[in-house]
Design a protein around this ligand. Structure first.
Ligand SMILES: [Zn+2]
Ligand SMILES: [Zn+2]
Length: 168
């Protein structure tokens, strides 16, 4: 879904000097480095009941906030009031500012709805993205949580990653 890095809003959101440098994690003597990458960067610390990473920072209001908002503010400055940060990658744990886009809450809800609809449509798919049949019970794997996978593709991917790792 992510062919291009998230485009920053006009006038704002230029890569700052903070990103991709590391942040000190208070109380842990550890640094969390947000790498300059197009891949998802998953928050390594605590996760809230909402499924997003969670950050406590006494210098900010509110003190506890979703980690992706915190990283964004550290990197690109304040988020205008009334705007949500939409995860373009749909990965709640991701804090990569390039995967986040400030949008209105209305737009954010619209996108979330769209993503759910797409997910439902995928669940009805009769073939995988390479065209193998998912109606064939021997080829269909249903994971916990309802994720449907193509057995042929899973096997191919396993073989490829074994080849990539090389012989032991
Ligand atoms: Zn991401
Ligand atoms: Zn397949």
């Amino acid at each position: 879904m992510l062919n291009e890095p998230a485009s920053p809003p006009s006038g704002e959101g230029q890569p700052s000097e903070v990103f991709p440098h590391s942040f000190v994690l208070p109380g842990r003597n550890a640094r969390f480095r947000v790498p300059w990458t197009d891949e998802c960067v998953e928050w390594p610390m605590s996760v809230g009941s909402h499924g997003y990473g969670q950050k406590t920072d006494r210098s900010m209001t509110p003190r506890v906030m979703p980690a992706h908002r915190w990283v964004w503010m550290k990197d690109r400055g304040p988020i205008p009031p009334g705007l949500a940060l939409d995860h373009l990658c749909r990965n709640k744990l991701c804090v990569n500012p390039r995967h986040l886009e400030p949008v209105t809450y209305t737009e954010n809800n619209r996108r979330a709805l769209l993503a759910r609809t797409e997910k439902r449509q995928r669940a009805k798919q009769s073939v995988c993205k390479r065209g193998h049949s998912l109606l064939d019970a021997d080829n269909l794997i249903v994971r916990a949580g309802g994720k449907r996978q193509c057995r042929t593709c899973v096997n191919v991917n396993q073989r490829l990653s074994r080849i990539r790792r090389g012989p032991r």
